[in-house]
Design a protein around this ligand. Sequence first.
Ligand code: 6PG
Length: 236
Amino acid sequence: MPQQTRILDTPELVARQFAVDFANLVDQTVGDFHVALSGGSTPKLLFALWASSDCPRTEWSKVRFYWGDERCVPPDDPDSNFGVTRDLFFGPAGIPERNIHRVLGENDPQTEAARYGQLLENQLKSDSGKPVFDLVMLGMGSDGHTASIFPDQMSLMQDDRICALATHPDSGQQRVTITGPVIAAATRIAFLITGSSKTEKYRGIIGGTDDSKSWPATPFFLADNATIYMDQAVDA
Ligand code: 6PG
């Protein structure tokens, strides 16, 4: 079972609860705090909160930002996870570039997957050969994917590389993703899931259905180092 599940009334309260817990984790950490952000739509509420005057006090100077996955597009492309975070949070909050380690989505995808993996190896402490994030933030797609590990690319769950190239099964969009062993090596994992589109997968994972065994999100969702932040709509 996940270490804990925090169920809030609304997506806004999910973002706030995560922001409060995140600020406390940073506060408790000696030295830099290395977090892998997730993309998609759910984190946008969090990024806007982080940039607002209403945000829980957070020692941003200690926080190093990375991505668990990034689309292979330039930073100004609306699909860019970095671009969304820059526009909603980094820019308005004045986060210095030295704290931000983006995937260069404009680069050749294979080359960038290798470069980013090397960067993570250089920047993060290591445990049994894997770079260790203090926190990996994850979402869950309606197909059960997480980061950019999709159900039709399950080999990435055990891939020996730190980062690998993934392909979105519907759009064909290429993405750089951290692999399963890197997610598993994290000190903490936080899932942020909101809305009824997550209900079927949430219930399957919690219920231990046979189908759920083929969803990339499942083992991380149930991991002892995972905290699930969800709103009521997920399990209404
Ligand atoms: C991405 C994400 C991806 C996302 C899920 C959920 O780059 O798209 O990292 O794994 O977390 O697709 O996305 P939503 O939060 O938009 O449902």
